[in-house]
Design a protein around this ligand. Structure first.
Ligand SMILES: [Zn+2]
Length: 220
């Protein structure tokens, strides 16, 4: 029978001040802070793996319509033009602002996609208890991507553009905008509700159990 290591058996290092802490089991919903710097160490959240899996799956479904379908349609002097995120990247690139185009592409498309995809893969493996050698690497990259995925910046750009154009043009909001709003909410909730400590603990358990299963069994 697999042995599950208990939190109280381990020392944990604070990510900010590196102090080693021997911590007892933290109750669901309670917060444990570092006694030296006050950094939030543990915040166990109910059904974090299941929630992350469901949210990331929804995020993957919304990603294509959010990026490729028209977000805002602008009608000015009889001319009508639909705006998409990908169209915005292309316009910036064609206008010679290739540096900004790359930044928008990375922060608003590639990094959010990778973040949601990695959330889906990691939570899916944990949910179905499927061990993978890359699980730890995926989890580590997921943490880095959290800081680079900036859908909020693009949202601010859309709001500013809409406010400026409101008085001189007719605006229509497309399905892409609703999908993008959903994606923005999902991205925020994913960052806020992922119980990092639980994920690492479950990854550790999964890999520990996989190491104890004979290779012939894994191949089956
Ligand atoms: Zn600390």
């Amino acid at each position: 029978m697999p042995v599950t290591p208990k939190i109280s058996d381990q020392f944990e290092a604070c990510a900010l001040c590196d102090i080693l802490i021997h911590i007892d089991q933290v109750d669901m919903g309670a917060k444990a802070h570092c006694p030296r710097c006050g950094n939030l160490l543990f915040y166990p959240r109910h059904m974090s793996i299941e929630r992350t899996f469901a949210l990331s799956l929804t995020g993957l479904i919304l990603f294509m319509p959010a990026n490729l379908l028209p977000m805002v349609g602008i009608k000015i002097l009889g001319n009508h033009k639909d705006g998409t995120i990908w169209g915005g990247v292309e316009s910036l690139y064609d206008g010679g602002m290739w540096g900004l185009a790359i930044l928008v592409f990375l922060a608003s498309m590639l990094f959010p996609l990778l973040k949601i995809l990695l959330s889906f893969l990691v939570s899916g493996c944990l949910f179905f208890e499927r061990p993978f050698n890359s699980l730890s690497t995926w989890m580590r990259y997921l943490k880095y991507l959290d800081e680079w995925s900036m859908l909020e910046v693009y949202t601010l750009g859309i709001i500013v553009a809409c406010v400026k154009l409101e008085s001189m043009a007719e605006l229509h909001f497309g399905f892409g905008l609703y999908a993008f709003t959903g994606l923005l909410l999902i991205s925020g909730i994913l960052s806020g509700t992922l119980d990092e400590h639980l994920f690492w603990q479950r990854i550790d358990n999964l890999q520990h159990n996989a190491d104890q299963i004979p290779e012939t069994t894994l191949k089956d």
